[in-house]
Design a protein around this ligand. Structure first.
Ligand SMILES: [Zn+2]
Length: 166
């Protein structure tokens, strides 16, 4: 292979690597927003997610290493941590829950619903859905259906549950 062809291949490989890295970084950010953030919200630990800005390698020490070291030291010392939305320019945007960001983020918005059949309360949409789909709930609903609750209030609610289960 002549050196011209070789150098062309090299340039192509470098460009493809850069493009793949950019795509991977985007997927990582999406994963942080949809999966990690949701999991942290469920665990009531969302205030521990500190998004730093690593987009400029020249500013790595100032924007990433320094703040990360400082935050870690504070965490280990049990000192109060800053509001995560204030730790970098990108933090607020990244931590914002958006409806159009895929269902998983909006599923974790706070709400409160109580199942009168099981006397169980869900505080997020996903918790609620999990309960409605659970074997225990379905069993309880069919049991109380069999008992034929007379009150109109209960029968309306049971219909609602059945609709959700479908
Ligand atoms: Zn239930």
């Amino acid at each position: 292979m002549d050196s011209l062809a070789l150098s062309k291949l090299y340039t192509e490989a470098v460009e493809q690597t850069k493009a793949a890295t950019r795509q991977y970084a985007k997927r990582q950010v999406r994963w942080i927003r949809s999966k990690l953030l949701s999991a942290l919200i469920d665990a009531e630990a969302k205030d521990y997610l500190m998004p730093l800005d690593g987009t400029d390698p020249k500013l790595w020490n100032v924007k990433v290493e320094g703040p990360a070291t400082d935050l870690t030291k504070r965490f280990l010392a049990g000192v109060a941590l800053p509001n995560p939305t204030q730790v970098s320019d990108v933090a607020e945007e990244l931590l914002k829950l958006k409806e159009q960001d895929g269902s998983s983020a909006s599923k974790h918005l706070w709400m409160k619903k109580t199942c009168d059949v099981c006397n169980v309360t869900g505080t997020t949409e996903s918790q609620w859905t999990q309960h409605i789909k659970s074997r225990a709930h379905r069993k309880a609903v069919s049991k109380s259906n069999a008992r034929e609750y007379a009150s109109e209030k209960n029968s309306t609610q049971l219909e609602d549950f059945t609709a959700v289960v479908k």
